[in-house]
Ligand binder design. Structure first.
Ligand code: FES
Length: 153
């Protein structure tokens, strides 16, 4: 679905801003909101480009950067940190052969930090394509990545 079709469906009220950005981002292979996208949304909703940019860069579910097919967001807040999120990140970086904030060469995975995911009782936790996964261990990371690569069922 094109951006103007989504705006037409959602309506042009400024309170639809996040919904429009989320829905449009999902339709893009790069999962990236470009400057041109933000400009169009601002014009259609009658708000400033600065406001749209602030929203697009504030929420971790939105991005103004090119991202892979699967977006892995590792919680970096204290409960996850004390339960070993550093080891989880190290295993993800090792398995994916990228550093935090990067996208794999085949554009399959993007690795990001995020704030608390609201599931501290299963720390350390991460979100993959919106799905929460907790009680992570380096072994579990390897299995999860293999599953997303389609190498394991
Ligand atoms: S601190 Fe990590 S999920 Fe809450």
């Amino acid at each position: 679905m094109k951006l103007n079709e989504i705006i037409q469906k959602q309506g042009t009220s400024p309170d639809k801003l996040i919904n429009i950005l989320m829905e449009y981002q999902k339709t893009k292979n790069t999962k990236e909101l470009t400057r041109e996208d933000l400009k169009i949304v601002a014009q259609e909703l009658g708000v400033t480009e600065a406001l749209v940019y602030q929203v697009a860069t504030f929420y971790t579910l939105l991005s103004t950067k090119n991202r892979g097919v699967h977006i892995i967001q590792v919680c970096e807040d204290i409960p996850c940190y004390v339960n070993g999120s550093v080891n989880v990140v190290a295993e993800l970086e090792n398995k994916l052969k990228i550093k935090m904030g990067e996208t794999t060469y085949d554009n399959m995975f993007t690795l990001e930090h995020t704030s608390c995911l609201g599931c501290c009782n299963m720390a350390p936790a991460m979100r993959v394509d919106g799905k929460l996964i907790g009680n992570l261990t380096p072994e579990k990371i390897s299995e999860i990545i293999d599953e997303y690569r389609g190498e394991k069922k």
